[in-house]
Design a protein around this ligand. Structure first.
Ligand SMILES: *[C@@H]1O[C@H](CO)[C@@H](O)[C@H](O)[C@H]1NC(C)=O
Ligand SMILES: *[C@@H]1O[C@H](CO)[C@@H](O)[C@H](O)[C@H]1NC(C)=O
Ligand SMILES: *[C@@H]1O[C@H](CO)[C@@H](O)[C@H](O)[C@H]1NC(C)=O
Ligand SMILES: *[C@@H]1O[C@H](CO)[C@@H](O)[C@H](O)[C@H]1NC(C)=O
Ligand SMILES: *[C@@H]1O[C@H](CO)[C@@H](O)[C@H](O)[C@H]1NC(C)=O
Ligand SMILES: *[C@@H]1O[C@H](CO)[C@@H](O)[C@H](O)[C@H]1NC(C)=O
Ligand SMILES: *[C@@H]1O[C@H](CO)[C@@H](O)[C@H](O)[C@H]1NC(C)=O
Ligand SMILES: *[C@@H]1O[C@H](CO)[C@@H](O)[C@H](O)[C@H]1NC(C)=O
Ligand SMILES: *[C@@H]1O[C@H](CO)[C@@H](O)[C@H](O)[C@H]1NC(C)=O
Length: 815
């Protein structure tokens, strides 16, 4: 459910609760609960007793937080059978059941059990679970009954959403009717076990939102999720008797709860001690229309960035064009060429999607993707296949046997691949393979990107391969099993096809990049004319060109004199070809006065870089450490979206590796972390350091090493830290943004920047924390001293305030 992060401050004062100082944690046959006493868990995290919500006159037995977040209700016993007033008693009776009796001795609510015991005890645990057990049972987990089996609107750590396959018991969340009425409301958050298990939010029997199946990292419908973080562990568990979703807190000093609100939003709230309040971390479904279940019909795809939001997957057309034109998308789309199973269908790969509804799916957790494809190909009613778990290159097999519905396109990363059955005539069999043999000194890789009308900075490489119908064919392929092999390699990307003429973004994988011969490139760039030159980077010059078809391209030419060789170049090609994210380079530089870089733009840039880096570090299929992050490697497109570029130094890591060592320290002084510059040790935390430097540079509008101050010889990091220590961070801010800034954002950016540049890698936050910190209002830790905070050549004494230098984003800095 986690796709979105909204900071909100929530004061919980809705309930009046009767509490006394009695601190027992048990109910026994002789100890009751009445309205004037409660029980409290051993370390006082939770309390249970009588309560009456908001404006209601009804009374309930409930469990709430005690030590922190006092009064926040997490569970209500008799939610559908309230007491009319506070006279009632909760007592434990034989054979081990709790009963709530009204003043007239009517049983208002009770637990039940299939076993009996002679000395039952009801106990409130520190997890918030109320259990009934036999204290003499040698297995203390052998509960006769537990409240965790009966969730209300709150999922606490350790509670389950799912089903016990043996007893048939289901665990789901159901909302309150209103904030004054804990009775079961309209909304449920539940796990559907038909096909491959997936999470739904329903209103009554109508599905509102499908979070979808778990893919090893997240529910497919939730886009980018911070799955790896120091606070939570999320997981879907497939056990012999039970299938369920659960989250656990990794740090018991943090409080967090996941709730379903009376109006159907699933929200995660985390307690911030310093604020004495709950902070909203996740809210779903958001109002983004793509969250509405099956908005675009079968084989439609929803793209929240487009208007209208619905389109057909590429190679599909609207089923009923008239309805579709009138934005009635419910009819969905159909293949533009009907399947012909007898004559050999194939599969087309769509990337970056939310997987379709799996209620009519089949799965096997051990099959490989290749086996999966074979099985699907053999059965004419199998419509698509993919991996179950996207971690570590993918494992398991998921097959669909019906129309594909509720597909969504994630532009920001977080989507995954699906292979959809397609008639063989729709499969483009021209697969191009690039080969890098050392003989050719002038390998030219081409990007087809639209940069008309933009101001260019150049310097960087771009590699975004678009489908080019007329491109030259270089066939260097193995001939065996020609058809099937090539089908496997074809990758498309679902695009909007709402109008007939569809553009297609096809991206080849596995280095299947089109190879252009030298003559084509030379003519496209007017023989590498100086007029076409955009800039120059470590490799050599970059040119603007135009292919025969009219598509504009950027060409990077390897210079004979470049000290960066073929290896770096290949590395970059490989990295970019494998990556796909809005904030990774696709294009472009921008040059302009920093005067119109107002604060919102700068903050947008900071956030964009953070997200791009997060993708590199953990969301892409590969773990990538960039190693040369600096302002001049961040390019801005016309909408001021930052793009991380220049992957020449990047290292690709396996899923578990996090750190490497190199004898060859390459990078840029001023951006390199101490452990990397000095010991050659690099890790994601060295990228974080570089990111922190950039944040401070963006805020201040000057280069780290470019600052000169009359009072000290600190560089920007030292200067920023000093001002921070003196609570004068605002002095750091570039004069040009002073009219446009939002104080909280500016201070937070500086604070986050300082956390990133701390001396010790282990003190620096991960990029997922950074993204979270930038997007929330929670309290941040106090930054320690930055690494490298003095300027070695701080001899000049000329006073130059922060704001005089040029914004570094526009500066080129040869390595
Ligand atoms: C609780 O309330 C009942 C009835 O109002 C009263 O008899 C009893 O003494 C009270 N107990 C305590 C501990 O205050
Ligand atoms: C609670 O309600 C019952 C009947 O509805 C009544 O008999 C009893 O006196 C009431 N108790 C109090 C404390 O108002
Ligand atoms: C309720 O039950 C208790 C004990 O069983 C008894 O003492 C009391 O008189 C009963 N009260 C009413 C109103 O029936
Ligand atoms: C508990 O009671 C409910 C409803 O009366 C019933 O459906 C369920 O089977 C009972 N469970 C046990 C363990 O007896
Ligand atoms: C748990 O969180 C607290 C407060 O946020 C922090 O002080 C503590 O170091 C954390 N413990 C661990 C093991 O991360
Ligand atoms: C639907 O819209 C397209 C493009 O706007 C148009 O060419 C087509 O004729 C329309 N079809 C119908 C049935 O209205
Ligand atoms: C939308 O189209 C479907 C069939 O494509 C039709 O059944 C439905 O009535 C239409 N809805 C509206 C509001 O026109
Ligand atoms: C899953 O696939 C494996 C390997 O192909 C096979 O051994 C196993 O029987 C399959 N399981 C099911 C339930 O089909
Ligand atoms: C194809 O798969 C469906 C669903 O699993 C199954 O009912 C059908 O028998 C299969 N057909 C063949 C030819 O295996």
């Amino acid at each position: 459910m986690e796709g979105f992060t909204i900071p909100l401050f929530f004061l919980y004062s809705l309930f009046s609760i009767i509490t006394t100082s009695k601190a027992l944690d048990t109910i026994t046959k002789t100890q009751f609960i009445t309205f004037n006493n409660t029980i409290v868990s051993p370390s006082e995290s939770f309390e249970m007793g009588f309560f009456t919500p908001g404006n209601s006159k009804n009374w309930y037995i409930a469990i709430w937080y005690k030590k922190i977040a006092s009064g926040t209700i997490v569970w209500v016993a008799n939610r559908d059978n309230p007491l009319p007033n506070s006279s009632g008693v909760l007592k434990l009776i034989d054979p081990g059941i709790l009963v709530l009796l009204s003043s007239t001795n009517n049983t208002v609510w009770s637990t039940n059990t299939s076993r009996s015991t002679r000395n039952p005890v009801a106990r409130l645990l520190d997890s918030g679970n109320l259990i009934i057990q036999d204290p003499n049972d040698h297995n203390p987990e052998n509960f006769l009954w537990q409240s965790f089996d009966y969730p209300c609107d709150t999922l606490l750590p350790g509670m389950k959403i799912g089903k016990n396959l043996v007893t048939g018991r289901e665990w789901h969340m159901s909302s309150w009717k209103s904030k004054d009425d804990p009775a079961q409301g309209d909304y449920t958050y539940w796990l559907d076990l038909r096909g491959y298990p997936q999470i739904f939010v329903s209103k009554g029997s109508v599905v509102l939102f499908r979070a979808g199946p778990w893919n090893g990292l997240r529910f497919t419908g939730t886009g980018t999720v911070l799955t790896k973080n120091p606070i939570f562990k999320f997981g879907m568990y497939f056990e012999k008797d039970e299938i369920y979703y659960r989250y656990d807190l990794l740090n018991s000093s943090v409080a967090s709860r996941f709730i379903l609100t009376p109006n159907g939003f699933a929200q995660r709230w985390t307690w911030i001690n310093q604020k004495k309040g709950w902070v909203l971390y996740v809210n779903a479904p958001t109002t983004v229309s793509c969250n509405s279940y099956n908005l675009c019909g079968a084989y439609g795809s929803c793209d929240g960035d487009k208007s209208p939001v619905c389109g057909c997957l590429s190679k599909f057309v609207p089923k009923n064009l008239k309805d579709w034109n009138m934005t009635n998308w419910s009819g969905g789309c159909v293949r533009r060429t009907v399947l012909d199973c007898k004559n050999g269908d194939g599969f087309l790969q769509y990337s970056g999607v939310k997987l379709p509804d799996t209620r009519s799916s089949w799965y096997n957790r051990t099959m490989t993707l290749g086996e999966c494809r074979e099985v699907c190909l053999k059965n004419c009613s199998c419509m698509a296949y993919t991996s179950l778990d996207i971690r570590g290159g993918g494992s398991g097999c998921l097959l669909w046997f019906d129309e594909l519905v509720d597909i969504r396109l994630f532009n920001e990363g977080g989507g995954q691949d699906i292979y959809v059955r397609m008639a063989s005539s729709e499969l483009d069999l021209t697969v191009h393979q690039a080969s890098f043999n050392g003989k050719k000194r002038e390998i030219v890789i081409v990007t087809l990107t639209l940069f008309t009308g933009m101001l260019l900075l150049g310097l960087s490489i771009m590699l975004y391969i678009r489908k080019n119908k007329k491109k030259k064919k270089k066939k260097k392929k193995k001939k065996k099993k020609k058809k099937q092999d090539s089908q496997l390699k074809i990758e498309g990307r679902p695009v909007h096809n709402s109008k007939q003429g569809s553009t297609e973004k096809n991206q080849k994988e596995d280095m299947e990049l089109p190879l252009f011969d030298f003559a084509t490139i030379a003519s496209s760039t007017n023989n590498f004319s100086i007029d076409n030159k955009l800039g120059e980077g470590g490799y050599g010059p970059v040119y603007k060109g135009r292919l025969e078809g009219g598509q504009e391209i950027a060409v990077k030419r390897l210079s004979k004199y470049s000290d960066q060789g073929l290896d770096e170049f290949k590395n970059e090609v490989i990295c970019i070809a494998k990556l796909q994210h809005r904030n990774l380079v696709k294009l472009l530089g921008y040059e302009g006065g920093r005067t119109f870089m107002d604060w919102p733009k700068r903050f947008h840039i900071i956030n964009g870089i953070a997200r791009g880096l997060l993708y590199l570090h953990q969301d892409s299929r590969l773990r990538i450490i960039h190693r040369d992050l600096k302002a001049s490697n961040i390019l801005l497109d016309i909408d001021m979206n930052p793009k991380i570029s220049d992957f020449g130094m990047a290292r690709i890591f396996g899923g578990n590796e996090t750190e490497g060592n190199t004898n060859r320290v390459v990078g840029t002084y001023g951006y390199m972390s101490p452990e990397y510059a000095v010991d050659g040790l690099f890790s994601i935390k060295s990228d974080v350091f570089s990111f922190g430097v950039m944040v401070l540079e963006i805020v201040c509008g000057t280069r780290n090493r470019g600052i000169v101050h009359p009072d000290h010889h600190f560089n920007l990091l030292g200067h920023a830290w000093r001002l921070y220590e003196e609570s004068k961070s605002m002095e750091l801010v570039d004069g040009f943004v002073r009219d446009s800034y939002c104080l909280a954002e500016v201070l937070r950016s500086i604070h986050v920047g300082l956390l990133c540049v701390q001396q010790h890698p282990e003190d620096r936050p991960t990029m997922s924390s950074v993204v979270m910190m930038l997007g929330s209002e929670g309290e941040l830790p106090w930054p320690k001293k930055p690494g490298f905070f003095t300027e070695t050549d701080g001899s000049s004494s000329k006073y130059a305030p922060c704001s005089v230098n040029e914004l570094t984003i526009t500066t080129m800095q040869p390595r």
